[in-house]
Design a protein. Structure first.
Length: 133
């Protein structure tokens, strides 16, 4: 025969479970609002400066696909940092990896993009499928 837990202990367990569930709910809610909202490119118009950034980004992906490290060398600043699933490193190592074929960016299909310009700084967000080897 199993011993039943006192009602008070059951109530405490229910309150703990409810509190944890509420915390997880609000954490999920926060994260869902933290996601970048990328506009549908078909209905968005861009300024001349924003369009230049978008065009440069598309060109960059083409250079990466073509392993054009000469053009990429002129584009990337010396203090650039590249973050990958396998680690992060600087400009020289990234260019060496592209040139040597250790990562080959075969194709980047851009579904949507947004650009925010603050003074002389632009933040570009892309929603892409990246095929790489």
């Amino acid at each position: 025969m199993q011993k039943q837990k006192p009602v008070k202990n059951n109530l405490i367990e229910i309150m703990k479970t409810t509190l944890i569930a509420l915390c997880l709910f609000f954490a999920g809610l926060q994260l869902s609002h933290a996601q970048a909202k990328l506009p549908n490119s078909a209905t968005t118009t861009f300024t001349k400066e924003e369009q230049e950034i978008l065009d440069l980004s598309k060109t960059k992906w083409t250079w990466m696909s073509d392993k054009n490290v000469e053009s990429l060398n002129g584009l990337f600043k010396e203090n650039s940092v590249f973050v990958h699933m396998g680690g992060s490193w600087g400009k020289k190592q990234e260019l060496d990896i592209i040139k040597g074929g250790m990562i080959w960016y075969k194709k980047a299909e851009i579904y949507s993009a947004s650009v925010n310009i603050f003074g002389n700084t632009a933040i570009l967000l892309n929603d892409i499928d990246l095929v790489a080897m």
